[in-house]
Write a protein that binds this ligand. Structure first.
Ligand code: SF4
Length: 249
């Protein structure tokens, strides 16, 4: 029976390492696999550069899926910024376009199963739930969990393949939107220092919401406040503390 193989790349290290792991260890799947990337159109420039590099290293194209409405449009429709408790962004900008793509490309005319490869590591196996599968047609596959691979193995795969880490790893550990509310304050400050234009754009989205009494990207501080010199200094101190803790632990 015909089967399809799909890997959704996030622009982060785990899903990238999985693509190389599959190439080295699962040649049949690699032969047929399709790579997709759900582009929110608000990713970091380093992410887009990394995706271009992945295409070159794997010698395969990555299909870039766009949301059916822009973030700005969706933001207007919802009337508030996405947040941890009201996370409409992932559903609208990633899950829906991805599900639609899978349906249109693989399931609409021919109901052959789709193996969906997911880069969850063995140390986070609790996240590898069957929820990621969908009825009889989408089957989630977790090669890192199945092979007991953890963080260090993932770094080794990337190093061995020659692609290394995404450039943004120098100042952020997260892939995804530059305005993601999940990022730490240190990462926000790093965004301000590395991409002041993107930080400004995040502020432009936030300031009107705060003025009308709503929430910003962070519950406790606006971006405008955050970049006041005394607050940047506080964040820098925390950064030093964190590094110190890491080195002494
Ligand atoms: S990266 Fe953050 S802001 Fe972007 S879609 Fe995901 S949760 Fe939402």
């Amino acid at each position: 029976m015909k089967e399809y193989h799909v890997l959704s790349l996030s622009g982060g290290k785990d899903s990238t390492a999985l693509a190389f792991f599959i190439r080295e260890n699962m040649p049949e799947a690699h032969e047929q696999i399709e790579y997709v990337f759900c582009d929110t159109e608000h990713e970091l420039p380093e992410t887009y550069e990394y995706l271009d590099k992945i295409e070159v290293f794997l010698d395969k194209p990555i299909e870039r899926l766009k949301p059916y409405k822009s973030f700005e449009h969706l933001h207007e429709l919802h009337g508030y910024l996405p947040s941890i408790t009201r996370r409409w962004c992932t559903v609208e900008m990633k899950t829906k376009p991805f599900r639609k793509h899978i349906y249109d490309k693989f399931l609409k005319n021919e109901e052959a199963p789709v193996n969906l490869y997911i880069g969850i590591r063995a140390d986070e196996a609790h996240r590898a739930s069957s929820d990621k599968s969908d009825g009889n047609y989408i089957k989630a596959v977790f090669p890192f969990v199945e092979n007991g691979l953890n963080g260090r193995d993932i770094n080794n795969i990337l190093e061995k393949s020659g692609i290394g880490l995404p450039e943004y790893y120098k100042w952020s550990k997260r892939s995804g939107c530059y305005f993601c509310f999940f990022q730490s304050k240190i990462t926000w400050i790093n965004l301000y220092e590395n991409h002041p234009d993107l930080f400004k754009r995040a502020m432009e989205l936030e300031t009107p919401r705060i003025k009308e009494g709503g929430f910003g990207w962070n519950m406790d501080i606006s971006l405008e406040e955050m970049i006041k010199p005394e607050n940047i200094k506080k964040q820098d101190l925390r950064k030093v503390e964190k590094i110190h803790k890491k080195e002494t632990s």
